[in-house]
Ligand binder design. Structure first.
Ligand code: NAI
Ligand code: MG
Length: 398
């Protein structure tokens, strides 16, 4: 196959470091690709008034596959303060470039796998019967609807009169909220469409089918959020019955799921949820397998073949200026493996995953998080591996 072009979007802070180190790992594994730089993040907001410049969108449109580090986001007012003075008059409003990417390219399928690495000192352990200690092996794949729901951005404070009037036609709004002044009301909507609900459900079932998971768990709250969660549950039942009768459909409420998480995480296979609950449940499971240093993700649009692969952690600005970078690159490396799977370079992906697993199992090279240190600049002197040393160790195993 010819050389691929990958759009490398480092973003801000530690995003830059983990992406650089990951590209070294990909090179060492023999992945033949050209990496072109895609501008994204805070710097471009401050200097150009747009954290997701058009040229980056065009690069992704052309090459389809993006590796993304992390960005810094700040609240509206703080964002405005940091704009270049000559841009301040232009009425620009900061919007997250990741959400922008998801919405622009319809990256509605978000997959966040959480798998235990043997020998990871951060693995969750629990008390068994008597005085025994158990270390359950977690292997879940969380499918999160990525473009709708509570993160859809349809919201108001002091809603426009037509919106308010429409809300007043709902008896529960009139009864419970109608006596509050309009300008003291904020509304964030949770909109689900059949089309995108079906797409995320089918992606989840298809994944379970392909990789031999025995169950798909819908993690929502249909008993209370009857319209959106309720629709999703009904559709999940229909899809399961019609096309995946050999896979069990489980139904958990997000709150109960967070409680059960530590009790029997090994029982779950594929989990599927809307945007917000998918975000919550994936962070919960990530905590069982080592946290932010290990949590990877893919955001894809199966129709166009466009995919952006990124760790779930942010830019960790505190750590960005350390003379030697100390953060764990594994989450980014794992995200790159998801990219390789997506473009059918499965052998390369397995090879890199095995190298990571070997490094973790051996236990000689561990970043500060794996040593349960607090992330100070001197952790490397105290025996923790730097970001680069961890990447070197992975490369050595390749
Ligand atoms: P964060 O994920 O950047 O960092 C939180 C803490 O997690 C860090 O202080 C560090 O202790 C630990 N951590 C993160 N990545 C790690 C790694 N690879 N290895 C070891 N430890 C790691 O979240 P925070 O501090 O809430 O947000 C910082 C900035 O990042 C904010 O501006 C936020 O908006 C943005 N953010 C961006 C995301 C993205 O680009 N996808 C996601 C989350 C936050
Ligand atoms: Mg999150």
């Amino acid at each position: 196959m010819g050389k691929r072009t990958i759009v490398a979007m480092p973003g801000d802070g530690i995003g830059k470091v983990v992406l650089d180190e990951t590209i070294r790992v990909l090179d060492a594994a023999g992945f033949e690709a050209e990496f072109v730089n895609g501008d994204i993040g805070w710097e471009f907001w401050c200097n150009e008034g747009n954290p997701l410049p058009e040229r980056t969108i065009n690069l992704l449109k052309e090459h389809k596959i993006g590796l993304f580090g992390a960005i810094t986001s700040k609240p509206k007012d703080a964002a405005f303060e940091e704009l270049k003075p000559e841009l301040k008059e232009k009425g620009l409003v900061y919007a997250s470039p990741i959400v922008g990417l998801r919405q622009h390219f319809g990256l509605d399928i978000c997959l966040r796998p959480c798998r235990t690495y043997k020998g990871n000192p951060l693995n969750f352990i629990r008390r068994g019967i008597g005085d025994t200690i158990e270390e359950p092996e977690v292997d879940v794949a969380i499918f999160r609807q990525n473009t709708e729901g509570l993160y859809g951005g349809v919201e108001w404070s002091d809603p426009p009169q037509q919106v308010y009037d429409a809300l007043m036609t709902h008896p529960k709004f009139a009864k419970n909220f109608g006596h509050h002044p309009k300008n003291e009301i904020s509304v964030s909507t949770r909109i689900f469409t059949k089309k995108h609900t079906e797409r995320i459900l089918r992606a989840a079932f298809e994944h379970a089918n392909k990789y031999g998971y025995k169950s798909v768990t819908l993690c929502e709250k249909p008993n209370v959020i009857r319209e959106t969660s309720g629709m999703m549950y009904k559709m999940a039942q229909q899809i399961q019955k019609a096309d995946y009768p050999h896979i069990e459909l489980w139904n958990t409420n997000i709150d109960a799921q967070m409680m059960w998480l530590t009790k029997n995480p090994e029982n779950y296979g594929v989990i599927v949820a809307g945007n917000m609950f998918g975000d919550i449940v994936s962070d919960g499971f990530a905590g069982l397998i080592g946290g932010l240093g290990f949590a990877c993700s893919a955001q894809i649009n199966p129709d166009t073949g466009i995919g952006v692969f990124e760790p779930t952690h942010g830019s960790a600005p505190k750590y960005a200026d350390y003379p030697v970078s100390i953060v764990n690159p594994i989450a980014m490396v794992e995200s790159a493996c998801m990219m390789l799977d997506f473009i059918d370079e499965n052998d390369l992906a397995s090879k890199i995953r095995k190298a990571v697993a070997d490094v973790v199992a051996e236990g000689k090279v561990r970043t500060y998080d794996m040593m349960k240190m607090s992330g100070r600049p001197d952790v490397v002197e105290k025996g923790a591996a730097s970001t680069k040393q961890m990447a070197d160790a992975i490369i050595a195993k390749l």
